[in-house]
Ligand binder design. Structure first.
Ligand SMILES: Nc1ncnc2c1ncn2[C@@H]1O[C@H](COP(=O)(O)OP(=O)(O)OP(=O)(O)O)[C@@H](O)[C@H]1O
Ligand SMILES: CC(C)(CO)[C@@H](O)C(=O)NCCC(=O)O
Length: 399
């Protein structure tokens, strides 16, 4: 990691001027969102927007750290001087609120003292569900090419009609899973959840495959074949479909069913097959529970967020297929480019000096920020995989 130096963006030698930092400290990952003013700040506002008052042009940055390595996150904040901004300083009457930062997620409670002790800063806590919904609504309304469907390996961006956004089911797959019926800005109800989520995939996967990182486990799943471990309908029905109840011979009848075999041990299965089977089991299960909840409330749109998805094709495909299969094509699974940052964005939007309406996103601007010291380095702009090393060009206006 690089420390104790000014941050540079875009090949520009001017230091970033940070205004605003917000955190989502989850059970597995800490997500950071911060805004940096463009140096000079003399860019015109987007042509289709009326400048309400003095606007601030800049970029939203994203970064993430493992919660277990919270000290790396603290170091990142202090090395990059992310606490020095304290407001959109060129505006009049702005409050200088350097003494606190907005934070959400369970870690905002758990690590409150640590932030005070190490950075001398208080965490102003924002409700996690509130932040997830605010973040999702912001992305769906303000960011172009944010939501997409994924089926049979093909990604299709969805143009969201702002007047036809609600209601939808937001399914946030973090360590655990929250399912939230969203009816409007700030109007929502957490209708369900499951403890079988991203933490389960990573935890069981680590134990069963001895993988050292989440990405390694995902990578293994690419090469795996779940048929070595799952019992398929055809295994039970002598290679035949059970067409009377709509089950193909290739449908999984029992996840990990073959592992009951008396003459095989863990060592007899390939880690890649285990990973694939586990990923399918968990993604399928979440897809199915999501569909059942959508059915409960007559919701046609299910939007998936959370870092478990990780823009991973096979994960998205499995979830989308599960939703399609169980709803007989009635409900649609949608995914978000900034999937893992909903809570952090929601916390960012909760600063009083600006609201959802005054952050105008000009355009998506994938930018491998050389100062983003998040742990992932495998950002691939072609895949559009957002690892916390990207920023969005935007402007902030006073409401
Ligand atoms: N580099 C990584 N390290 C650990 N887990 C990762 C990583 N990348 C993706 N994941 C997955 O993302 C999940 C965490 O997602 P997310 O950050 O959205 O949730 P969280 O806020 O930590 O959890 P919760 O909301 O339940 O407290 C992990 O459980 C794991 O499945
Ligand atoms: C506890 C939270 C909300 C923490 O983010 C999340 O991990 C979760 O929604 N878990 C699922 C808990 C349940 O509803 O069974």
């Amino acid at each position: 990691m690089e420390h104790n130096r000014e941050v540079e963006i875009d090949g520009n030698s001017n230091p970033i001027q940070i205004s605003r930092l917000a955190l989502d400290i989850g059970g597995s990952l800490i997500k950071l969102v911060y805004f940096s003013r463009n140096s000079g700040d003399d860019e015109d506002p987007p042509k289709d927007k009326v400048r309400v008052s003095n606007g601030v042009n800049g970029r939203l940055h994203f970064a993430k750290f493992e919660t277990a390595k919270i000290n790396d996150c603290l170091q990142f904040i202090s090395a990059n001087k992310l606490l020095l901004g304290g407001g959109f300083q060129h505006q009049e009457n702005c409050t200088n609120d350097r003494s606190f930062i907005k934070a959400t997620g369970g870690g905002a409670y758990k690590f409150s003292e640590l932030f005070k002790e190490k950075l001398g800063i208080s965490l102003e806590k924002e409700d996690e569900m509130d932040c997830l919904v605010t973040g999702a609504n912001f992305l769906l309304k303000a960011v172009n090419q944010e939501a997409f469907t994924y089926l049979n390996g093909s990604k299709e961006f969805v143009q969201i009609d702002h007047n036809d956004l609600y209601p939808y089911l937001l399914v946030n797959i973090g360590s655990g899973v929250s399912m939230i019926k969203v009816d409007g800005d700030g109007k929502f109800e957490r209708v369900s959840g499951t403890s079988v989520g991203g933490g389960t995939f990573w935890g069981l996967g680590k134990l069963l495959t001895k993988c050292q990182s989440f990405d390694e486990l995902l990578e293994l799943s690419h090469r795996g074949d779940n048929r070595a471990i799952d019992t398929l309908v055809g295994d039970i029905y002598g290679g035949m479909d059970y067409s009377k109840i709509g089950l193909l011979s290739t449908t999984i009848a029992s996840s990990f069913g073959k592992a009951t075999s008396h003459n095989k041990d863990l060592e007899d299965y390939k880690p890649e097959d285990i990973s694939r089977s586990l990923l399918r089991m968990i993604s399928n299960n979440i897809g199915q529970i999501s569909y059942l909840n959508a059915l409960r409330f007559g919701l046609k749109r299910i939007i998936f967020g959370g870092f478990f998805i990780r823009s991973h094709s096979y994960t998205m495909d499995t979830i989308a297929v599960a939703v399609h299969f169980w709803s007989k094509g009635e409900a649609k699974a949608m995914f978000l480019r900034h999937e893992g940052f909903l809570g952090a964005l929601g916390a960012f939007m909760s600063y009083e000096t600006h609201s959802l309406d005054d952050l105008v996103v000009n355009q998506m601007m994938p930018l491998p920020v050389n100062a983003s010291l998040g742990m992932d380095t495998n950002y691939d702009p072609l895949k559009g995989d957002l690892n916390g090393t990207e920023s969005i060009q935007c402007s902030v206006y006073r409401a």
